[in-house]
Design a protein around this ligand. Structure first.
Ligand SMILES: [Zn+2]
Ligand SMILES: [Zn+2]
Length: 333
């Protein structure tokens, strides 16, 4: 096969079996050697046929792979309708705790008018707009050439079903209430068996895949299963130590802060981050404590702080004997 089957059929790579079939039917009708006396018609027809067979084979291979995970499905699934893939957007809290969600989407079922064949009972003929029905067009040298659009026939014979435009499908709105288990991460997929494109005679319905998207959170950043956030803490509390309260996804957590330097400090609370799933354990809560100094003091606060400062200065003198000696020598005591 020298040509890309998608290019030959003129379909995009995201097109599904219904679109391949439609494109194949349209091109086969145009290029079938019985209907088209263009010198290359036979060759073109073979190429179109091969492209369609190649895509159809590709499609059935994928069915076997996805079917292999599901024991409930028969091993030799003859045909399966296409899967549908959608994004499911959740807040961080919803994704962490699990939730119930409504999902609205459209899925196809076989067109009742044509039973999914895409063909109408009666064919209709339309004249080719490019060559106005003559089957010939003039090229750059003003020579008459067979019209490429209609293959030189000057008209199209169509048997497309008018109700579905030849697609063979009719779309219906679906509303599902689904349960999202706790602890799913962005990019994880939920598979809802049989909720994809509708099946039909000897065709199993496709599956619905929902890809989890988690909205940005005003406080937390999720990295793997760890939750990161920054929190301002009084510099004096960092200096003195004591109990502080930390927000978490599952309520407030008390933490006893060790006395220490008034600089940015990282706390790591093991297993208090995003919940685990299956055998994967929960992540950690990682807090960056940002020291803040009081900006404005009232009289009482100022008095207390000066008292604290005086007490601290006594200690400072002890740790600097040279200064104590200098003060004594100069009568400053
Ligand atoms: Zn139809
Ligand atoms: Zn034409």
């Amino acid at each position: 096969m020298k040509n890309n089957p998608y290019t030959v059929l003129g379909v995009s790579r995201t097109a599904g079996p219904a679109e391949w079939k439609r494109a194949y039917r349209r091109l086969a009708m145009r290029w079938h050697p019985d209907r088209n006396d263009h010198p290359e018609a036979t060759e073109r027809f073979k190429e179109i046929r091969a492209a369609y067979d190649q895509l159809a084979a590709l499609d059935s291979k994928e069915e076997v792979i996805s079917g292999a995970h599901d024991e409930a499905e028969p091993e030799e699934a003859a045909a399966k309708a296409a899967d549908i893939r959608l994004n499911l957007e959740l807040s961080l809290e919803e994704a962490a705790a699990g939730c119930r969600k409504n999902v609205h989407y459209a899925r196809g079922k076989p067109c009742p008018t044509c039973q999914g064949s895409g063909e109408a009972g009666i064919s209709r003929t339309t004249f080719c707009a490019t060559c106005h029905g003559s089957g010939r067009v003039r090229d750059g040298q003003r020579t008459l050439q067979p019209c490429a659009d209609c293959g030189g026939r000057g008209f199209f014979t169509e048997r497309s079903c008018r109700d579905c435009g030849g697609s063979g499908r009719q779309t219906t709105e679906v509303k599902l209430k689904i349960t999202v288990p706790p602890g799913m991460l962005p990019g994880d997929e939920l598979r809802l068996s049989g909720q994809g494109e509708a099946g039909g005679q000897n065709v199993l319905p496709g599956d619905l895949y929902l890809t989890i998207i988690i909205q940005a959170h005003p406080l937390y950043q999720l990295r793997e299963r760890n939750l990161h956030f920054s929190m301002p803490v009084s510099a004096l509390a960092m200096l003195a130590g004591g109990d502080i309260e930390l927000p978490s996804l599952f309520g407030r957590l008390k933490h006893s802060l060790e006395a220490g330097a008034t600089e940015i400090r990282e706390l790591r609370l093991l297993g208090k981050g995003y919940p685990g799933r299956g055998k994967t354990p929960a992540g950690d809560l990682i807090v960056s404590l940002q020291p803040v100094f009081p900006q404005r003091l009232d009289a009482r606060q100022r008095k207390l702080l000066l008292q604290a400062n005086a007490a601290l200065m006594d200690k400072a003198a002890e740790s600097l004997p040279e200064i104590v000696a200098w003060r004594q020598e100069n009568g400053l005591s």
